[in-house]
Design a protein around this ligand. Structure first.
Ligand code: NCD
Length: 332
């Protein structure tokens, strides 16, 4: 199949074929990253602009490294030292990069919908530019969910990670779901894979409307719990999420200690899960709040470093696919 999606803004309408194309392409780049020379000329001459209007360590660095490993030219934008401080709008910033020849823009913004608005403007101008949503407000974070999907499926089959492997797997997502774009993107991909997704959080951080994200004809199942234990029972994977204090407009939890007491992931609590359970976290982590520090650093249980490593291969795959639109996509 040729890759036809110009912008990656949300996973809501991703197809099984698209998920599998991303997983296969990322597997090829994973292999490239294990070579002595980790660079390929796939995007030579193309310009990738990283436009991050919100703080980021992992996502930004990983997009930058991915673009470099594909031999693209990179523009890195920092709001505090840019003309935004002189009143320039985001759209004008995007048009400035377009005029310099940007082909792909990765965009992170605290407001939902900004990447889509820029994509619409780029289409209106017939620019041919692709927009990759690197996290917009509470809305979506597709590249994070795709790297999570790669990490999860690679645990089950390192050589051939594919969507179907997660069918029937029980995956618990625990933490500040209300404020999490990572959870919203993961719900779409995991349900499309046929997983049984169990969300667990205090009621203030897990409103019932999350159930409306999924309709009945999807392969997977979505359940919500206001207690941790039913989500953990026999789980194959546990995905923990950061308490996003910077997005909280009110006191959603009595205290971090109390949150940890009821919802923190500890070695003891993991005994409820399957014996080969693995734990994920998109980072940044509040050590000792969402997850205990020793668990986070235990390579037998934690997939946190794998997630970061997978991130580069998956973002290389995304940049490669949208940078070579309408061509047969397998990278060899
Ligand atoms: C997440 C984000 O920014 O949405 N982090 C990330 O991209 N690795 C989650 C978070 O900030 O907690």
């Amino acid at each position: 199949m040729a890759w036809t999606r110009r912008h990656i803004l949300s996973l809501e309408d991703f197809t099984a074929t698209e998920y599998n194309t991303v997983l296969q392409t990322a597997t090829s780049f994973w292999e490239v990253l294990s070579r002595k020379t980790k660079k390929v000329p796939a995007l030579q001459g193309q310009v990738v602009a990283n436009m991050f209007f919100e703080p980021s360590t992992r996502t930004r660095s990983s997009f930058e490294l991915a673009a470099k490993r594909l031999s693209a030219d990179i523009l890195n934008f920092s709001p505090s030292t840019s003309s935004l401080t002189k009143g320039e709008t985001i759209l004008d910033t995007a048009k400035t990069y377009l005029a310099m020849g940007a082909n792909i823009m990765t965009i992170r913004h605290r407001q939902a919908g900004v990447p889509k608005a820029i994509a619409q403007e780029m289409d209106r101008l017939n620019s041919g530019v692709s927009i990759l949503n690197a996290g917009d407000g509470l809305h979506q974070h597709p590249s994070q969910a795709l790297l999570d999907l790669f990490t999860l499926t690679a645990v089950l089959d390192r050589d051939n990670p594919r969507l179907e492997l997660l069918s029937g797997q029980k995956i618990a997502i625990v933490g500040d779901i209300l404020h999490s774009r990572v959870a919203r993107s993961n719900i779409y991909s995991l349900i499309a894979a046929g997983a049984e997704v169990h969300l667990a959080a205090p009621p203030t951080l897990l409103p019932k409307f999350f159930l409306d994200l999924v309709d009945d004809n999807q392969p997977g199942k979505l359940l919500i719990h206001w207690q941790l234990e039913p989500a953990l029972e026999n789980a194959d994977f546990v995905m923990t999420l950061r308490l996003q204090k910077e997005r909280m407009s009110a006191n959603f939890i009595p205290s971090l200690r109390e949150y940890h007491h009821y919802f923190g992931i500890t070695r003891d609590r993991l005994k409820l899960c399957r014996p080969d359970v693995r734990v994920l976290h998109p980072g940044p982590v509040n050590r000792g709040v969402e997850i205990t520090s020793d668990l986070m650093d235990d390579p037998k249980l934690s997939l946190i470093s794998e997630q970061v490593t997978s991130g580069v291969a998956v973002r290389m795959a995304l940049l490669y696919l949208i940078g070579n639109l309408n061509t047969v996509n397998s990278y060899q």
